[in-house]
Design a protein. Sequence first.
Length: 274
Amino acid sequence: MITAKTKLLAIIGDPVQHSLSPVMRNASFEALGLDYVYVALNVKKEELETAVAGMQVLGFRGFNATMPHKKALCGLVDEMDEFAKFCDAVNTVDINETLYGYNTDGPGALEALKQAQADISKSVVIGAGGAGRAIAYALAKGGSEVTILNRDERKADAVAEKIRKAGLKAKSGGLNELEAQLKTASTLCHATPVGMHGHESVIPAKRLHPELTVMDAVYKTTETKLIADAKKAGCQIVPGWKMLLHQGQLSFERWTGKKAPMDVMEQALKEAMK
Ligand SMILES: NC(=O)c1ccc[n+]([C@@H]2O[C@H](COP(=O)([O-])OP(=O)(O)OC[C@H]3O[C@@H](n4cnc5c(N)ncnc54)[C@H](OP(=O)(O)O)[C@@H]3O)[C@@H](O)[C@H]2O)c1
């Protein structure tokens, strides 16, 4: 029951009505009997600052952010974790006396791979946008020798250089290097939107081999072509909803100080994706 003491959390974005977060979050609070409620708030780009100040004044415990607010939030929080700093994007905020911004994309992806016991010693990340950057940095921090491949090679080069500047290992290239790189890779992470809407993949099925763990950041109701191809090729698979689930776990545990009920969250997420 929502009472006068109920703690408030939200996801802000524009659009935000498609978000799976409220269902996943509220199911987890209910399962543990925690007095929290999580809502989706449509916030226009030009109203971000007012909305953040409003949530502070109204005593929100924190919030998640999606498009188009992740970059602008970097300028509004008081402090950021290293992942938010690296990606220049904040997707989660703790509200206490100050605003603490962090980015769970990379750690969520790494945790999903860890849970699958993936061998991340040599990884290939396809895509150098928000998700690709975050995943590549988290993999490198996790000890992986990471290669970032992108349609626009210069963007991949810039991400790899930034990772190397952080004292970690990274290489880069264009999508034409996919075949050679996949031969020796142990993990492949796909982080472009290809496959979100159509049954298509940027990775030719014949390049997948059983020694690969394949993670697709794309999540949707049906299996993506990449995940279907990877299953056929005998790869270990990590679908995109698992990355989302572990991101949910990370902020749940920060906000509540309790262990996240993973089974409940997984079930709610799967139901919401139907
Ligand atoms: N599961 C999760 O928790 C989670 C979290 C974050 C994002 N995602 C998903 O990850 C995907 C990427 O999101 P994002 O935020 O990183 O997007 P983004 O910042 O817009 O980056 C898009 C990337 O995809 C590449 N790309 C776009 N269209 C392409 C095509 N037709 N062929 C080859 N490469 C193409 C772009 O390459 P260029 O640089 O050459 O344009 C760029 O590297 C989306 O589907 C998003 O929903 C999932």
